[in-house]
Ligand binder design. Structure first.
Ligand SMILES: [Ca+2]
Ligand SMILES: [Ca+2]
Ligand SMILES: [Ca+2]
Ligand SMILES: [Ca+2]
Length: 474
């Protein structure tokens, strides 16, 4: 592995200042803990270091994607984007950026032991201004949250079984973050199960652990949930990505999934959630999803990672799948892409993935020569076994996003990919080896210092939740 400064410490050690401003990959995102986001508008810049900004032009200034409850949407860190076709590259709302050689170290802290940890999301559950860590187990430990900073553990529900995913949002608008929950997950059953519900937060989740479950709907093998404002009306819809299509082939999993959006009814506790199938023809073995505002029109858009690679969906435009990334060559289901995130290098857009399904390789896609062309695929190498977590974030606040990713088998590799303009290569900075069997990763500023931190959750054999404190270079 190469590293600007060598070694496991991830220290660039070259002096300079790191900005705590925490622009998460583009224009104007709000940040956690009440600190204000930066990401002011301005022209996109490639920092004079040879990065092509692609064909995009004429974008609007970035509109941040604030999550409910004041937590950062570091994962959505997309901000202003070019208004052109899918192939456009520039993020017009990105701040002028100058790449910084100074890069933080990361200190690992254990939050908890946690059986069969599957996914984690950071959200301020008790609304005290400190983002908390929600953890979901595919085993016996259920759905819980850990209060920042003591990491006291509180149960959310024991009623939902065969849990697979959750996503925070204030569903009923009472000021308390609720959780959409996918349960009754069974990879071998593509014709039933896939329950989707929401857990209603009590007034004080540190006093009462009785979250009430309300039905939303069911799509067999529901596997990933995200909230996104698909029509731009200011209220988010729940997006449900199943992993396998109904009655899909049990071996190849041929047969597309129904990417589905549910709308919150007037009375979310008792009303019927209208559902809308956004796509039912493109996505097989669909594993990754990211909500972004691709074109700055305030209606949010969706990136997916599946056997066909990376697709963009812009439901507000009534468009079908826009195929951006080819994914890895292979035999289904072991092909295509598995995780996906969107980032920016000083205004030039990129997509990061793990390829193929449950895959091995970190991959960077950059816009093709023409707006309609598939994006250029740069394979960074087979760094993972069972790669199962990826997030894009700007860890040193220089306007150039990095990628953190991890694998749940073998050496249990977690690393950060960081673009270096002088070499036009992506350095691999080890984050941890062997300590977390990564099933999921989230990135937020946990300690309120403005620098994004990393949370990772591990399944067997590590069975744990940890966070990596971003120790900025002073
Ligand atoms: Ca909190
Ligand atoms: Ca609520
Ligand atoms: Ca950076
Ligand atoms: Ca921090």
């Amino acid at each position: 592995m190469t590293n600007g400064a060598g070694g496991m410490s991830a220290t660039a050690g070259l002096g300079g200042t790191s900005s705590p401003g925490n622009t998460t990959g583009g224009g104007g995102t709000t940040t956690a803990g009440g600190t204000s986001g930066t990401g002011a508008g301005g022209t996109s810049s490639n920092g004079g270091n040879g990065i092509s900004a692609g064909a995009g032009s004429g974008g609007t200034s970035g509109s941040g994607v604030p999550e409910t409850g004041g937590t950062t949407s570091a994962d959505a860190g997309t901000g202003g984007t070019s208004a052109g076709a899918a192939g456009g590259g520039a993020q017009a709302g990105a701040p002028a950026a100058t790449w910084s050689s100074a890069f933080p170290t990361f200190t690992e802290h254990t939050i908890a032991s946690f059986d069969s940890g599957y996914m984690t999301v950071v959200a301020d559950i008790d609304a005290d201004g400190k983002p908390d860590v929600v953890a979901l187990s595919s085993g016996s430990d259920g759905l819980v949250w850990f209060k920042n900073p003591t990491w006291t553990r509180y149960t959310i529900t024991t009623k939902a079984k065969q849990l697979i995913y959750c996503a925070p949002y204030d569903v009923n608008g009472d000021g308390h973050l609720d959780l959409a929950v996918a349960s009754d997950f069974d990879m071998s059953n593509t014709t039933s199960g896939g329950t989707v519900s929401w857990a209603e937060a009590p007034a004080d989740p540190t006093q009462s652990q009785a979250w009430t479950l309300h039905a939303i709907g069911a799509v067999p093998t529901s596997h990933r949930l995200r909230w996104g404002d698909l029509d731009g009306d200011g209220k988010k819809e729940l997006i449900d990505l199943p992993i396998f299509g109904v009655n899909s082939d049990p071996t190849t999993h041929a047969g597309a999934v129904a990417l589905t959006a549910f709308s919150i009814p007037a009375d979310p506790a008792t009303g019927t959630w209208a559902s809308r199938v956004l796509d039912s023809t493109h996505l097989e073995t669909a594993h990754g999803i990211e909500v972004v505002d691709w074109d700055g029109d305030e209606a949010e858009d969706i990136l997916t990672a599946a056997n066909d690679g990376v697709d963009l969906f812009r439901p507000s435009l009534g468009s079908t799948a826009e195929h951006l990334g080819a994914g890895a060559v292979g035999h289904p289901p072991t092909k295509g892409s598995s995780e996906v995130g969107l980032g920016s290098l000083g205004g030039a857009r990129f997509i990061a993935t793990i390829d193929p399904w449950h895959g091995t390789d970190g991959v960077i896609y950059t816009p093709g020569a023409e707006a309609t062309a598939l994006w250029t695929r740069l394979d960074l190498g087979a760094d993972f076994q069972h790669g199962h977590g990826l997030m894009v974030a700007d860890f040193n606040g220089d306007g150039f996003d990095e990628v953190v990713a991890g694998g749940g088998q073998g050496a249990l590799t977690e690393l950060i990919y960081r673009y270096v303009p002088s070499t036009q290569k992506w350095d691999k900075i080890p984050l941890a080896m062997g300590t977390v069997a990564v099933s999921g990763i989230d990135v937020k500023d946990l300690n309120g210092d403005g620098a994004p931190d990393i949370v990772a959750i591990g399944t067997s054999p590590t069975n744990n939740v940890v966070w990596y404190e971003n120790v900025a270079v002073k």
